[in-house]
Design a protein around this ligand. Structure first.
Ligand SMILES: *[C@@H]1O[C@H](CO)[C@@H](O)[C@H](O)[C@H]1NC(C)=O
Ligand SMILES: *[C@@H]1O[C@H](CO)[C@@H](O)[C@H](O)[C@H]1NC(C)=O
Length: 205
């Protein structure tokens, strides 16, 4: 009897939790694409992390009738993994439920949205050093006052095939530099040792 009550209690609790997480789920597929986003990188361009800059612009789609942006409070612009860089990488996976989506992991900028000023906004961003080597696009989300996504816009098409660019990781370059310098030091120590041995031998003779 006690066990059954326990099970009942546990399932009631589980239901509550499920309902709690169900409430407020935002599906990407449910968001209207009402932001217009552009970025400076050209299709296929390779940018160096820690050095190269991206200029991103965003704004509401001017051809839509007024009012669709009345709930917009903040715009957050993100760097997002293109499908080619998500293959076999669960930690970058695209999930329709935005709370679980891992497509857009790098925030470029967050700015308050001013519905009375619908001019195009822009921001220049230096690709951060910790951005891994991958292929990317840029997506902006509009958030409402509850910090929930209500609209989006992106630099690529719906299938994420156009306007993709690459980031070349600077850590990779540092690593190869490090390896080169280790090899070089090892080589110089060895040759010094060889020289020393040769000198000793000469002295003996
Ligand atoms: C802006 O909205 C119009 C009307 O819905 C649409 O035809 C057009 O493609 C949109 N522009 C962009 C850049 O998304
Ligand atoms: C509208 O936004 C632009 C771009 O950020 C800014 O330069 C301008 O001062 C803004 N205008 C008003 C009236 O806030």
């Amino acid at each position: 009897m006690a066990a059954r009550t326990g099970v009942l209690l546990a399932s009631a609790l589980l239901l509550c939790c499920l309902a709690g997480t169900c409430y407020g789920i935002v599906l990407f597929s449910s968001l209207p694409k009402t932001l217009v986003v552009t970025a400076s990188p050209k299709q296929g361009q390779v940018l160096k992390a820690g050095e190269d800059k991206i200029t991103v612009t965003w704004g509401p789609n001017q051809s839509l009738s007024a009012g669709f942006d009345s709930t917009f409070k903040t715009i957050k612009v993100n760097l997002c993994y293109a499908p080619v860089s998500q293959v076999d990488r669960a930690w970058r996976k695209t999930v329709d439920n935005l709370a679980k989506d891992k497509t857009c992991q790098f925030q470029i900028v967050a700015k308050a949205y001013d519905a009375s000023n619908r001019t195009v906004q822009s921001f220049e961003w230096t690709v951060e050093r910790d951005v891994p080597l991958a292929t990317y696009f840029i997506r902006a989300y509009a958030y409402n006052s509850d910090d929930v996504q209500v609209a989006y816009g992106q630099t690529t098409d719906a299938h994420k095939t156009t306007n993709l660019f690459e980031v070349e990781s600077i850590t990779g370059r540092h690593l190869s530099l490090d390896i080169a310098s280790i090899c070089f030091s090892a080589f110089s120590i060895l040759s010094l040792f060889g020289f020393f041995v040769a000198e000793k031998r000469k002295a003996k003779l």
